[in-house]
Design a protein around this ligand. Sequence first.
Ligand SMILES: N[C@@H](CCC(=O)N[C@@H](CS)C(=O)NCC(=O)O)C(=O)O
Length: 158
Amino acid sequence: MASSITLVTNKICPFAHRAWITAREKGLDIELREVSLKNKEPYFTEIYHKAYAHDPSSDGKVPILIHGNNILAESDLVSWYISETFSTGTELIPKDIFQRAKMRHFIAEYPSKVIGGFYGFMGYHSKPKEAQQTAIEKCNDALQILNDRIVGPFVLGE
Ligand SMILES: N[C@@H](CCC(=O)N[C@@H](CS)C(=O)NCC(=O)O)C(=O)O
């Protein structure tokens, strides 16, 4: 029997979204285990410290993938692992090497360009009006840079 897949996750985390979207695109039946990032339960810290590629200075970050004996942290690795392991669903990694280079470039740029803006935007209700506007503009500018490269419906096309 194939090993079950669990994703330790949190709804607000864009890194966890990346792993979850990958699993959805592959059509996988995964168990989502939602954990609090504010009050970290012992299970979360323990499993995080068992995960390959975890940050030793952290007491837990999402996402974490558990697939049989393979426990993996870091959303880009998790997404890559899911994409390469399962042949079901959408083919997410292009065969063409130039297309793959574009994909790697997008993955490298996404966190630095979009995620800072995204977090600025998330806390925007508690900010003064001017700071809210700056947060929206920063988020839109980052999305626009990436949007200009998207062929659609996926970044590289079909
Ligand atoms: N580089 C990591 C970042 C993961 C990350 O920072 N997750 C945040 C939530 S969005 C987290 O778990 N933070 C908890 C903490 O740092 O204490 C990845 O790509 O998976």
